[in-house]
Design a protein around this ligand. Sequence first.
Ligand SMILES: NC(=O)c1ccc[n+]([C@@H]2O[C@H](COP(=O)([O-])OP(=O)(O)OC[C@H]3O[C@@H](n4cnc5c(N)ncnc54)[C@H](OP(=O)(O)O)[C@@H]3O)[C@@H](O)[C@H]2O)c1
Length: 183
Amino acid sequence: MKIAVVGRGNVGGRLADLWEQANHEVKRIGREGGDVSDAEAVVVAVPGARIAEALNNVQGIEGKTVVDATNLVGVDPPEDFSSNAEFVKSRTNGPTAKSFNTNFAALYDRIGEARSTPSNLWCGEEEARQIVEQLNQDAGFEPVYAGPLENAALQENFLKLVFAINRGGLGRFFYRMAPPDQL
Ligand SMILES: NC(=O)c1ccc[n+]([C@@H]2O[C@H](COP(=O)([O-])OP(=O)(O)OC[C@H]3O[C@@H](n4cnc5c(N)ncnc54)[C@H](OP(=O)(O)O)[C@@H]3O)[C@@H](O)[C@H]2O)c1
């Protein structure tokens, strides 16, 4: 598959590595922007508050299948939208999904060490299902459907629960997190 990843940091950069290892062709786009006309799937992995300007710098995204991986840490989604994913849909008008926002990028390199295949949530439109499920599987995850795109706000808010659990230091698998500005 031809994949364009907007954002080449912890999430975008490492997912791009995993998909290249699975023989996909990946175009990596940073804040300078770029053209995604020939991509079959576009993954957005920029800081949540930068979503509008990131999309402004990307040409050829209209009608594309887009998977939004952003989280909103201490900021609201764009005005009049309950989630970044629904904002993306309004800008691209193509099949849209939310995924890759609930697992820590720092663990991507260790997916193969898990006792069983780690699950990863996605919500969004049926037209995006095939692509988002394949992207999950080819990164090493078992995709778990979390309902329609209207559930994206819930999935974005899931991070607050993850933070709360982490700050509570609960569980055998307590994982020390980076400061929020690095997430
Ligand atoms: N880190 C995690 O474990 C994790 C897990 C799940 C979801 N998330 C979410 O995923 C997103 C990315 O996180 P990250 O940790 O990968 O961040 P990061 O390492 O800081 O990388 C951010 C990337 O976004 C690009 N960028 C910044 N402003 C931009 C703009 N205006 N237009 C286009 N690209 C822009 C940067 O471009 P340059 O390369 O040009 O600097 C960089 O490549 C965030 O929304 C975060 O909340 C993070």
